[in-house]
Ligand binder design. Sequence first.
Ligand SMILES: NC(=O)C1=CN([C@@H]2O[C@H](COP(=O)(O)OP(=O)(O)OC[C@H]3O[C@@H](n4cnc5c(N)ncnc54)[C@H](O)[C@@H]3O)[C@@H](O)[C@H]2O)C=CC1
Ligand SMILES: O=C(O)CCC(=O)C(=O)O
Length: 528
Amino acid sequence: MKILVADGVSPKGIEILQKAGFETVIKDKLPAEELLEIIPDFDGLIVRSASKVTKEVIERAKKLKIVGRAGVGTDNIDINAATAHGIMVINSPGGNTIAATEHTMGMMMAMARNIAVANETMQHGEWNRKKYTGVELRGKTLGVIGLGRIGSGVATRALAFDMNVIGYDPYVNEERAHSLGIKVVSLDELIKQSDFITVHMPLTPKTKGMLNKDNIAKMKNGVRLINCARGGIINEQDLADAVKSGHVAGAAIDVFESEPIDPNHPLIGLPGVTLTPHLGASTVEAQVGVSVDVAQGIVAALNGEPVSTAVNMAPVSPQTMKFIKPYLDLAERLGCTACSLADGPISEVTIKYNGEIADVDTKMITIAAIKGMLNPILESNVNYVNAPSLAKERNIKITEIKDKAVENFANLITISITSSGKTETIQGTLFGEEGRIVSINSYRVDVDPHARILICPHINRPGVIGTIGSLLGYANINISGMQVGKTKIAGTSMMVLTIDNEIPDTVMQQIINLDGIFDAKLVNYYTV
Ligand SMILES: NC(=O)C1=CN([C@@H]2O[C@H](COP(=O)(O)OP(=O)(O)OC[C@H]3O[C@@H](n4cnc5c(N)ncnc54)[C@H](O)[C@@H]3O)[C@@H](O)[C@H]2O)C=CC1
Ligand SMILES: O=C(O)CCC(=O)C(=O)O
């Protein structure tokens, strides 16, 4: 497979891709037109913030399976278009956190003490101590908006500078804020109380222009603002106007609505304003970190393994991922089995988790089951990204049930599929790391769901099993395993045969016509 590296990333990540057997094409600062032209040839794409992965790029990328962002922000990638095309988007969120956190602290200090401008004038032979008198951080109130990785890192570092830190983040609970040692307030309070305000959230329709002329007017006279997150969170023109009026004493800005900025940008040349050209993640360590992280994510994803940094999939923590990983394969095989038993369009799927598995985040296991269920019946490749939307498009109702109570097994996954008013139920569990089907429509079995199996409910009387064996033998089809499951319904059994060869439709029909056979369904696991 071929991976295009469209923006400059550390060679450490590229080495990982090459060692894993991928062909890499490395372009530093690939022009948009060239990206459009060459993208159809690639299975994977790595970008930083410069390349824009637009809908047009996605639509032309017929082979593309994954976009890896060497960094956090994915606002340069059309996630909706990628999801609709089943293309996974991953980022590398941990690698540059420290770099961006430290850059924010540096920007705050540079702004408070006029370091950048004093240096600039000294380089031109000026010695002006009075003009560049600054302010101390100690005792000042810092308002942190967005208490994620970087925001919380800035908050704890600011506490070490004896600042009074307050925070606002509607998605972070009191407990988390308490553990940071800061006070959580409303946005309005933060705006009114802070001497310094720093923003650390993604750019979304909600956060775009979140700080603007209306709430800047409510800020303290002489407030100082920092944006090392995303351009546009603070309205640039409104900020420039407030600096000019003297209401805002300083601004330290690393990110801009449009990058690189125009020489006539309103913030250029204003007193008290410190600008850097999106340098937050530009440290040697961060560039190695994000490059290695994104490369490892791409290798895992293209080898069919789930990746915890996927952006357009349900987020799963690395600890949860470790626990659920063996269940993903099992769930996919159970979904495939259930789908093969169904006759007609599937209207409803219920996935039940019993045992300690009921305590973990099972969203991804549910998606694996849906993937397994849809792959045999859809032409397009169903993956972890597009499985939920493909199910939704088909009006399939999906229900997850969790119950810690379980009998006979440590954990049990039960998948019930309803089609044409009839429900088929498959149960599976793990023995060690090995997945097993342990019941089919309440017949107790112990089946290894690999290769292909033939499922035949039948009358429990002498000769029935033998007739199927003979029929398959005449057709030169080898049986390499066999299970017969009993149920509470007297006189019936469930035969599950592991079959080495394909069974032609004509032979399947002959099996169904055999006396004593209720039904025959072949499950082929080649799509898993
Ligand atoms: N300047 C640079 O080079 C870099 C910039 N960044 C940017 O920094 C920002 C933060 O990154 P991380 O801390 O890693 O992300 P994160 O995902 O760990 O944290 C983001 C936080 O923002 C919060 N949030 C979301 N909407 C909000 C709202 N309306 N009001 C208040 N809080 C809200 C979330 O709850 C979350 O806690 C992102 O925009 C990222 O792209 C990240 C790395 C480098
Ligand atoms: O790739 C870069 O240098 C920008 C980093 C960044 O903004 C991010 O990770 O969100």
